[in-house]
Design a protein around this ligand. Structure first.
Ligand code: SPV
Ligand code: MG
Length: 425
């Protein structure tokens, strides 16, 4: 069991087990649960403390994955009990394997009927609907990084796009639904959505309007693009504000002067901040935060501005030394080879912290490959707004071409569906 929220269904299974003999609970580890449903609210050691004290439980063993076979072979139990809900969905594969394994020594599989009307998934969706407090949301990012090798982020630039990132999921090959773990507030898409270039002309007060919309429309943790962070004192204020709102992290990039977007064709458009000055800014941010869970992520632009691999590594060491909670390495190389080379060295640093990548240019590299390079956070930084633009432009053109809206309807979400997206219920 996951036993994140104990309910009568769990107690029923333990009672049924106790009628048959000594009960050993296989308790799924945090990464095992995160891999198939969600990040557990309680850590393994907390869940262990609870389950160990439940009446009827003899012993608890860690189960590292959904596959029951390793523990079954170790324990060779006479009976395996599992709630009957594992007969469908993602648990069906592990169930078949467990049944075959139990048959090896003539063990019996007992499936007490699922307790109607209660399940942790249902309880949790009720809690989700009630919303999330700033503190709880803030802490979600460090928790995700503890339990998942790589987390996946998508940009949002207003409430509606945040609504999409919050809810969209697709089934993988095993039927496990995957979605985005975190929301990225991009300076590029926030600026463009406001009809401005990505050069810090949208000031922080204006960015806060977007951040608030995103926080209102979602429950996922949020990482904010803090551009260059401005002066040290301004950055310290930004950290305080974001932390108070429940944002989990801010990324600042080591650029100086008029900041231009990193994917700009003209590499000479950028001036890189000195390593020393940028380290001071990181220290100012780290000093300003109230909790260790708020992350100050230092973004290295050496591969963007052309100062090279060695410079990027030196800066990573300096920024980690200054207390950066994570490093983002950026590149516009279409193969990502320079990011891969950087990661190889970065992964060997003794005080390595999570590594973030934004594969806009090297978009043919899969998440699985980025994980093998060492990516802990992968962010799709601008795709929802870039997808929306041609769709909106086409609808506008269709209406002009036909002198009416009928032909544009096929490009549009029907009004009833549109109204159902966000309701007052
Ligand atoms: C953003 O999304 O604003 C970023 C990433 O900073 S990039 O546009 O690639 O610079
Ligand atoms: Mg940006």
């Amino acid at each position: 069991m996951a036993a994140d929220i104990i309910h009568p269904g769990h107690l029923n299974i333990i009672d049924e087990g106790a009628k048959l003999g000594d009960v050993v609970v296989g308790l799924l580890t945090d990464s095992a649960i995160a891999a198939y449903k969600r990040v557990p609210h309680m850590r393994y050691d907390q869940r262990l403390a609870v389950v160990e004290h439940l009446k009827g439980v003899g012993r608890v063993v860690a189960q590292e994955q959904l596959d029951y076979r390793p523990n079954l072979r170790k324990l060779k139990p006479d009976y395996l009990l599992h709630g009957s809900d594992w007969q469908a969905g993602v648990m069906n594969g592990p169930r078949q394997q467990a049944r075959e394994t139990m048959a090896e020594w003539g063990g019996e599989v007992v499936e007490p009927a699922y307790t109607e009307g209660i399940s942790s998934t249902r309880l949790i969706s009720g809690v989700k609907e009630a919303g999330v407090s700033p503190d709880a949301r803030l802490a979600q990012l460090t928790r995700l990084l503890e339990v998942k090798p790589t987390i996946r982020g998508m940009e949002a630039h207003n409430g509606l796009s945040a609504h999409i990132v919050d809810r969209v999921t697709v089934p993988d090959a095993n039927g496990v639904r995957t979605g985005f773990d975190v929301i990225w507030i991009s300076s590029l898409t926030d600026s463009m959505a406001k009809g401005k270039p990505d050069n810090e002309s949208v000031d922080f007060s204006s960015r806060l309007v977007t951040i608030n919309q995103v926080l209102e429309a979602s429950t996922k943790p949020v990482i904010v693009d803090g551009d260059s962070g401005g002066h040290d004192q301004h950055f310290a204020q930004m950290v305080r504000t974001l932390e108070r709102l429940g944002v989990s992290a801010v990324v600042i990039e080591d650029k100086a002067g008029l900041k231009r977007n990193s994917l700009h064709e003209d590499t000479h458009a950028h001036i890189q901040e000195t390593k020393e000055a940028f380290s001071r800014k990181i220290r100012a941010g780290i000093k300003a935060r109230r909790t260790d869970n708020f992350m100050v992520i230092a973004r290295i632009e050496s591969l963007i501005v052309g100062s090279g691999h060695d410079d990027a590594i030196e800066r990573a060491k300096a920024y980690l030394g200054a207390g950066a909670s994570a490093i983002m390495i950026h590149s516009k190389d279409a193969t990502g080879a320079d990011v891969k080379r950087f990661s190889k060295v970065y992964n060997t640093l003794p005080n390595r912290r999570p590594l973030m990548m934004v594969p806009t240019s090297y978009n043919a590299v899969s998440e699985a490959e980025l994980t093998s390079w060492g990516a802990n956070i992968v962010v799709y930084a601008n795709h929802l707004l870039r997808a929306a633009y041609p769709a909106m432009e086409q609808a506008a053109q269709k209406i002009l071409q036909h002198g009416r809206a009928l032909e544009a309807e096929q490009l549009c979400l029907p009004i009833p569906d549109f109204l159902k997206l966000i309701t007052d219920e």
